[in-house]
Design a protein around this ligand. Structure first.
Ligand code: URA
Length: 432
């Protein structure tokens, strides 16, 4: 067998078998298949797709391309959650402590932010001292003893995805359902948890722009779970505006703290309660989601969810005085309010623009080598459906950069404010 034969088969819309997919993954990871050949195959997959069986095989081959984590020596059902990425998505930091405070075990490996989307690891590192590079033993001990640990992905885990993802990023082949599904699921399956909840975002700030595509991606990933006998569920949720108000690392951690105290934004709180209740049912700690949701609300009210967050950060070496006194977080030098020049109702906030602008203010990275300014970002003052009067602040920029006029203009234009705009409730569903 050679790689040319495999590229030609996919170019000609043929179905690839296990042997061919195995050959590609094994030989791409060990360097026999070159980037230009892998690029051609990725583009053929992008254009011609894959059926469910091919996607399941690709996922399985990627999952086994390196180490896999064995969590079986941690008692109980280990759960994991993953969001396909968005703007202001700080769910894991709220949800993790919430469910761990009720006995769930969240063993999560996370990624860094790239482009307009943020990453959980960067948010954690914005807390001084917080480590995201625990050893496997430390990671497991922490999950066993306190029910939660979130760390960076082990470099030996899923090397196929690391190489393929970097190549997809520069060859226009990211937005492909078979490639996203296999990328996400191979990493999650290699991380060793028993049950996985996926949050597939759709809208302007997400990879998937439409509900139809998001449902298809969610169903594809649930099907991979079924074919491998794993409990995988997928929520499909809105990313047409940023989640919550804060975008940018330490700004988001402050919002996490507020949310764990029960004072968080409505959309973020609702999503964490919904996802939390599904995970607690998957962990078999509750038999039904309604009871689980009530228990989660109770643990926010009685402070147990926040206490678990403090314990989690302390175990990972973070300075917890910042959690008790969030005003200690470094503040950006320039704080620039953006004022509306008209009155009306907010009908749209372009999440992609807000994410890109936050990145340009220093809050994100364009390439993986960029250094992030943890204090930079954007805090919205208004969300979709809010009434705005001319002269009201609609958002505030935080930056240590001295030139921001263009960003100011872009953020202002990201808001659609209209006199009689109609607001359609975005559909959110669970695929199981
Ligand atoms: N997230 C991933 O991990 N992989 C993709 O391909 C897209 C989003």
């Amino acid at each position: 067998m050679d790689i040319l034969e495999i590229i030609e088969a996919k170019r000609d819309k043929k179905v690839l078998n296990r042997e061919q997919i195995h050959y590609f993954i094994e030989n791409y990871v060990n360097g026999v298949v070159k980037d230009y050949q892998a690029s051609a195959l990725l583009m053929a997959i992008y254009l011609n797709g894959m059926n469910d069986e091919e996607i399941a095989i690709l996922t399985d081959e990627m999952q086994h391309s390196g180490d896999t984590l064995d969590l079986s020596d941690i008692p109980g059902i280990k759960v994991d959650k993953h969001s396909t990425g968005g703007v202001g998505d700080k769910v894991s930091l709220v949800l993790g402590p919430m469910i761990a405070s009720l006995g769930a075990k969240l063993a999560k490996m996370s990624g860094r932010g790239l482009g307009h989307t943020g990453g959980t690891l960067d948010k954690l590192e914005s807390i001084p001292g917080c480590r995201i590079n625990l050893t496997e033993e430390e990671f497991k001990k922490q999950v066993r003893e306190i029910g939660i640990s979130i760390i960076g992905q082990n470099t030996e885990l899923d090397p196929a995805d690391k190489k393929l993802y970097a190549l997809r990023d520069v060859t226009g082949t990211v937005a492909s359902i078979p490639l996203i599904a296999s990328s996400v699921m191979s990493k999650k399956l290699a991380s060793g948890s028993d049950a996985i909840l996926l949050d597939v975002k759709y809208g302007s700030g997400a990879f998937m722009k439409t509900l139809k595509d998001a449902k298809k991606l969610a169903q594809t990933m649930v099907n991979i779970g079924k074919s491998l006998n794993k409990d995988v569920k997928a929520e499909v949720t809105d990313m047409d505006q940023p989640l919550g108000y804060a975008v940018g690392n330490n700004l988001e951690v402050k919002e996490v703290i507020e949310t764990l105290h029960g004072r968080g934004p409505k959309d973020l709180t609702e999503l964490c309660l919904n996802s939390g209740s599904i995970l607690l049912e998957q962990a078999k700690i509750f038999n039904n989601r309604k009871e689980a949701k009530e228990a989660l609300k109770e643990n926010i009210k009685n402070g147990k969810a926040f206490e678990k967050f403090v314990e989690f950060i302390k175990w990972q070496g973070g300075d917890i005085s910042y959690l008790y006194n969030p005003e200690k977080f470094e503040m950006a030098k320039n704080i620039i309010p953006i004022v509306s020049n008209k009155s009306g109702i907010v009908t749209k906030i372009d999440a992609l623009t807000i994410g890109e602008c936050s990145m340009r203010l220093g809050g994100g990275r364009e390439t993986l080598d960029d250094v992030i300014d943890m204090s930079a970002g954007i805090v919205l003052a208004k969300k979709i459906g809010d009434t705005v009067k001319q002269g009201d602040v609609i958002a505030t920029l935080y930056t240590n950069k001295d030139s921001f006029d263009e960003i100011k203009e872009r953020v202002e234009h990201a808001f659609n404010i209209s006199k009689n705009g109609r607001i359609r409730k975005k559909e959110e569903i669970l695929i199981e």
